[in-house]
Ligand binder design. Sequence first.
Ligand SMILES: Cc1cc2nc3c(=O)[nH]c(=O)nc-3n(C[C@H](O)[C@H](O)[C@H](O)COP(=O)(O)OP(=O)(O)OC[C@H]3O[C@@H](n4cnc5c(N)ncnc54)[C@H](O)[C@@H]3O)c2cc1C
Length: 384
Amino acid sequence: MIDCRLSEDQETLRKTVAEFAREEVAPTIGEFYERAEFPYEIVAKMARMGLFGLPFPEEVGGMGGDYFALCLALEELARVDSSVAITLEAGVSLGAMPIFRFGTDEQRARWLPDLVAGDGLGAFGLTEPGGGSDAGATRTTARRDGDAWVINGTKAFITNSGTDITQVVTVTAVTGDVDGRKQISAIMVPAGTPGFTVSKKYSKVGWNASDTRELSFADCVVPAENLLGVEGRGYAQFLSTLDEGRVAIAALSVGLAQGCVDECLRYAGEREAFGHKIGEYQAIQFKIADMETRTHVARLSYYEAASRMLRNEPFKRQAAIAKLVSSNAAMDNARDATQIFGGYGFMNEFPVGRFYRDAKILEIGEGTSEVQRMLIARELGLRS
Ligand SMILES: Cc1cc2nc3c(=O)[nH]c(=O)nc-3n(C[C@H](O)[C@H](O)[C@H](O)COP(=O)(O)OP(=O)(O)OC[C@H]3O[C@@H](n4cnc5c(N)ncnc54)[C@H](O)[C@@H]3O)c2cc1C
């Protein structure tokens, strides 16, 4: 039996986050965005609401929810602003979740309390300046030296890696080779480790109130026990981390797409041209109807991917489809919303300008649209 209705608990969570986004995020985020400043107070409020603990069990300090609960929160946040949504997504899905999934009891005990509470942020460093899509081409190395790993290399575009509350960055690194094949492992590097340099923030087109940095490692020494999971399994670990992350990015994209519909419905009922509200013109109505349709289809797509994930069924193809469809919807809706707002759509005082700048990265981050198509084709049995 197919049932897309939210449970009472899910609906309560959705409404609570929607109200927070409307009342606490919307009034101030534009200024942080323009100053390209990380909104510490808003993130602290999100932490107090328990949002960073949503998909984790109570034993590790979480809220006892699931990954779909995180997706609902991301959708409602992104409906108002994507910088805070990606801060939550990366903190949970890329920062804390790999430690929860693959960490030892000691690693979980050391890092999860703060990350799950949102008092600290974790990051995941996979992409390098030389390439992100071909993650197997990792050049960063980690050499075993007695009881330590010595890390050398550079990571590019790493979210949440340089805030005042960043505690740990998990990086992928080549730790050797077996039969001529690179062995990639994931290693946790605490913030402030000597030899680990965090560059200044990038100047970005969008997500301007989120933190994105280049990281470099020069003979950076961390204890051997900072290896996350099994040596040589880093590649498999991040592939599964990214499958989940794609569902979360799909939810975030749906939020942005919905935010465009919300803004346009309001504006089309206020703005007049040629003696009528612009919402009375069928050309505008059809645009908004198309925006709503894309959002609806994209939401169903991520709901399905999430429900398969929660039932422990294979969901790689559904996650890739959801990410592809939702990021397209976000991009198309942001373009149409800006058009409906006319000149004001190009002004920073209206959220649609921010939505326009924030939409493009959704077709790039956590696997580009081309990578999603590659995954879908592979799942269908097509090989190059
Ligand atoms: C704001 C921001 C935040 C980010 N946060 C993180 C983070 O927290 N952690 C992290 O590890 N990374 C992060 N990234 C990196 C992001 O995941 C990568 O940018 C993305 O995976 C693409 O990699 P690339 O930029 O190296 O592009 P490339 O891999 O160089 O690709 C360039 C172009 O070629 C296309 N392409 C590549 N291979 C193929 C192929 N086989 N067939 C067809 N087309 C192909 C791509 O789709 C793309 O259009 C972030 C990026 C940004 C911009």
